[in-house]
Ligand binder design. Structure first.
Ligand code: ASP
Length: 347
């Protein structure tokens, strides 16, 4: 049920949705927001109020940074009481990273915060941006029969699907249907009606207030294994000065080579207090280190299972936990627990 007196804040950070073609180079470049509004008279026809906040300058999401994430959190914190929901227009390239980061920076959300964007600019006839934006706005304003927001969590809406933000990954560079949440059911699907999958939507803890976390530790690496990876490459990753956490992208159910130099380097990193989280390179499924001898060895030396977490969410979670000042032992413990529905713990 969409409340006619609802207020939604539309935050425009940039991305293809608001871009125009440079007539000389043919490249898409961020443009200013008046372009988006003039191409979207439909916004005025919604039966609830939409106000806008513009990032100046708008960015291509490849330029997103911790500073931009903080800016988004600040806009939401400053306006939290005044609005029923928030829609963030964002480029799709790094949207899954931003969704993951914001899911940890915004704690105990009581209102919807929805990221959306498009693969074609809103001014193009075949744009996917209009439906994405209108439906995201409707979901942000939508309440159940008790008057509570339908989806009080951080999500991504693209191409008829509403997904938990920290479960998403971009799977297609040029198809409109660019996102999936491989290991978690969709929160809603938009057909003739919007069908909410209520049993899988996060609900806030009524005893605690919403919290806004700003500190994100940037000293992280993602180490993706490949057959033939050299010691020099592994060493270069694990000896970054000030390194706090490693997202180790492994094979299958969490396996790595067990040759002595590799295991020694991982053990050495762990002894230096670096937290190493094992995340599978597979799109679907989960790490289960006990399954093979190679995995068991990692478990024994203290590598943490990321279970079915995405790389994007593992990275963001490490950034947030170290940013909050947790010690390595505490981070290890919390990495293994679901804080915002980002993983399915499998023992
Ligand atoms: N390069 C663009 C961006 O991520 C692509 C998009 O918006 O889909 O900002």
């Amino acid at each position: 049920m969409i409340y006619t007196n609802a207020n939604v804040l539309l935050i425009y950070t940039g991305g293809t949705i608001g871009m125009v073609e440079n007539p000389e180079s043919g490249a898409l470049e961020p443009f200013n927001f008046s372009h988006l509004r003039s191409n979207m008279p439909e916004i005025k026809r919604l039966n609830f109020n939409v106000e806008t906040y513009l990032f100046d300058p708008p960015i291509d999401s490849s330029d997103v940074s911790i500073a931009i994430w903080k800016q988004i959190v600040n806009v939401i914190e400053t306006n939290y009481e005044r609005y029923d929901g928030f829609v963030i227009l964002h480029g799709t390239d790094t949207m899954a990273y931003t969704a993951s980061a914001l899911s940890f920076m915004l704690e105990n959300l009581t209102k919807p915060v929805i990221l959306t964007g498009s693969q074609l600019p809103i001014g193009k006839l075949r744009t996917d941006g209009k439906e994405n934006l209108i439906t995201a706005l409707e979901i942000a304003a939508d309440k159940d029969e008790r008057g509570w927001p339908e989806v009080p969590e951080l999500s991504i809406y693209m191409q008829k699907l509403l997904m938990r933000g920290n479960r998403t990954t971009k799977i297609n560079a040029d198809n409109f249907s660019a996102f999936r949440s491989p290991n978690y059911p969709y929160l809603a699907e938009a057909g003739l009606d919007i069908r909410y999958n209520q049993s899988v939507i996060l609900q806030p803890d009524a005893r605690n207030p919403v919290r806004f976390n700003y500190e994100m530790e940037r000293n992280m690496v993602i180490l993706k294994l490949f057959p033939g990876i050299s010691r020099e490459v592994v060493r270069a990753h694990l000896t970054v000065p000030g390194l706090k956490g490693v997202v180790l992208e492994t094979y299958g159910t969490g396996n790595t080579p067990i040759n002595p130099w590799f295991m020694e380097m991982i053990r050495d990193a762990l002894e230096r207090g670096i937290v190493v989280v094992n995340v599978t390179q597979c799109l679907y499924g989960s790490v289960a280190m006990h399954r093979y001898e190679n995995g068991q060895r990692l478990e024994k030396i203290g590598v943490i299972s990321g279970c079915d977490i995405t790389t994007e969410a593992a990275l963001a979670k490490l950034m947030m936990l170290f940013g909050k000042g947790y010690l390595p032992g505490e981070v290890k413990e919390l990495m293994h627990r679901s804080l915002r529905g980002e993983l399915t713990v499998n023992g």
